[in-house]
Design a protein around this ligand. Structure first.
Ligand SMILES: *Cc1c(COP(=O)(O)O)cnc(C)c1O
Length: 228
């Protein structure tokens, strides 16, 4: 087995153990492999190992790798990074889902970027779990208003919420708050059931708090190469 295959198998085993320990069905988890800074050839290797959900946090990398791997069967790209509104069209072209919608203007830009025959775009409201506005995500008190805005957009489908754990706080209480915000979003859109949370360092806590979509990078890909 290659090192990559081994790491993927180890992470998947661990996800299953953690889910069962939390009384959850591992089958309800989607494991997204974050391939940022790695070449498209790694995405091909992952695809050959059965990976179908991959994530990128920069629009240029998303667009380049999605184009490079367009021949791969049923590969779904998840955009997980901060997005500029002038990149909405490019993001929409490449991504199946955008996890990082954190303001009305971005929701509006993604909606306006749809071509007439485009499929509906899955989007998540990214919520800032810190007091630092620079970290990305909508402030918790604005979550419902943004959810309503997305719900009203004809070409967007609100699927749930996304967050990154704070750096200065243990992840579990932060992910518990996220579960509460997720419930508030479901009060607006009942089938917005996704909770995108949990990375290499904190996926166990995220699963215990109800995460449905794990964004896991280095535990699977190995250390990230320095950015060119
Ligand atoms: C890089 C990144 C991840 C994956 O991080 P790892 O610690 O390598 O698992 C997950 N989510 C976001 C938003 C990221 O930018």
């Amino acid at each position: 087995m290659s090192d990559l295959a081994q790491r993927l198998a180890d992470v998947d085993l661990r996800l299953g153990e953690v889910a069962r320990a939390a009384g959850r069905d591992p089958g309800e988890l989607t494991r997204i492999v974050v391939t940022k800074f790695h070449p498209a050839s790694l995405v091909r290797e992952l695809h050959a190992l059965g990976v179908r959900d991959v994530g990128e946090n920069r629009q240029q990398d998303l667009s380049a790798k999605a184009a490079d791997t367009a021949d791969l069967d049923s590969l779904a790209w998840h955009f997980i990074g901060q997005a500029q509104t002038n990149k909405a069209r490019a993001i929409r072209r490449a991504a199946r889902a955008v996890h990082s919608v954190d303001r009305d203007r971005l929701a509006d830009a993604l909606d306006a970027a749809a071509d007439p025959d485009d499929p509906v775009l899955d989007v998540l409201v990214q919520i800032n779990l810190t007091d630092d506005p620079g970290r990305g995500g909508v402030a918790p008190e604005c979550v419902e208003a943004l959810a309503e805005r997305i719900a009203a957009a004809r070409t967007l489908r609100l699927r749930g919420v996304m967050a990154v754990a704070p750096l200065d706080e243990p992840p579990a209480p932060a992910f518990e708050r996220l579960a509460g915000y997720a419930a508030r979003v479901r009060a607006v859109v009942p089938d917005a059931t996704w909770i995108s949370a949990g990375m290499t360092a904190d996926f166990a806590e995220a699963i215990a708090c109800g995460a449905t979509h794990l964004r896991i990078g280095s535990a699977i890909t190995g250390p990230r190469p320095p950015r060119a």
